[in-house]
Design a protein around this ligand. Structure first.
Ligand code: ADP
Ligand code: ADP
Ligand code: ZN
Length: 214
């Protein structure tokens, strides 16, 4: 099964993708995580990505298409994957169609998570994750069971993204509205689109997604 999780920054794509990964055995393909790994590696592309991400802008389509094309050829994607953060522009959506057609793969549901803009800002500015295993948390909405200790791996080190500040969030939301929102009707016209209320609690959103993909 190939799924796309679509929606603005902070709508819950990563949170839900990780849950689907566990329950469905699908691999989460987060282009944001891939770019952050490139930043950490210090590669030339990573240096470019750092600037673009901190400005809240988008990386060039050709680079992103190349990254995804190589990634979905890896053996762990053979049983299906969830795209989290890709496609983000019409050219990326068109390139994905072509990539999948060339590989005789069929796109399943495109799940749009709908969340109010002010809620997005609150979610993003309170977001943090485990520095060791990457498990996601939130200051208010998703606290670890034991204060300061990761539920998944027991680590006591956490990190915040440098682009998760209010100013950059506004730029990222503007980029979403200007460049990404138009792919919602693109998938609507193809018949893959499902809208889900992303304002619900994390568990209720998961239940709603499970309902549309089963
Ligand atoms: P995205 O990947 O779309 O940017 P995340 O999944 O990282 O979004 O979620 C952003 C923040 O909001 C995280 O800190 C997460 O814990 C929290 N969050 C995710 N889904 C919900 C929800 N349904 N209700 C409240 N907070 C949520
Ligand atoms: P969020 O979880 O807030 O939706 P991501 O982690 O998906 O953010 O992406 C972080 C940043 O990485 C984006 O603001 C953008 O600069 C860059 N990025 C990620 N995916 C793409 C993509 N498909 N096309 C262009 N830029 C991307
Ligand atoms: Zn952890």
């Amino acid at each position: 099964m190939i799924l796309i999780l679509l929606g603005p920054p902070g709508c819950g794509k990563g949170t839900q993708a990780k849950r689907l990964e566990e329950s469905r055995g699908l691999v989460q393909l987060s282009t944001g995580d891939m770019l952050r790994a490139a930043v950490a590696s210090g590669s030339e592309m990573g240096q470019q990505a750092k600037k673009v991400m901190d400005a809240g802008e988008l990386m060039p389509d050709e680079i992103m298409i190349e990254i995804i094309s190589e990634r979905i050829d890896q053996p762990d994607c053979a049983d299906g994957f969830i795209l989290d953060g890709f496609p983000r522009t019409t050219p990326q959506a068109e390139a994905l169609d072509k990539l999948l057609a060339d590989k005789s793969l069929e796109l399943g549901k495109v799940i749009e998570l709908k969340v109010d803009e002010e809620a997005l800002v609150e979610r993003i500015t309170g977001r943090y994750s485990c520095a060791k295993c990457g498990a996601g948390y939130h200051d208010k909405f998703q606290q670890p069971k034991q204060d300061g200790v990761c539920d998944v791996c027991g680590s006591t080190e956490f990190s915040r993204r440098s682009d998760d500040n209010e100013e950059t969030v506004r730029s990222r939301l503007a980029a979403y509205n200007a460049q990404t929102a138009e792919i919602v009707p693109y998938y609507g016209a193809k018949g893959n689109l499902v809208e889900i209320d992303g304002m619900l609690d994390i568990e209720d959103v998961t239940v709603a997604i499970q309902g549309v993909i089963s």
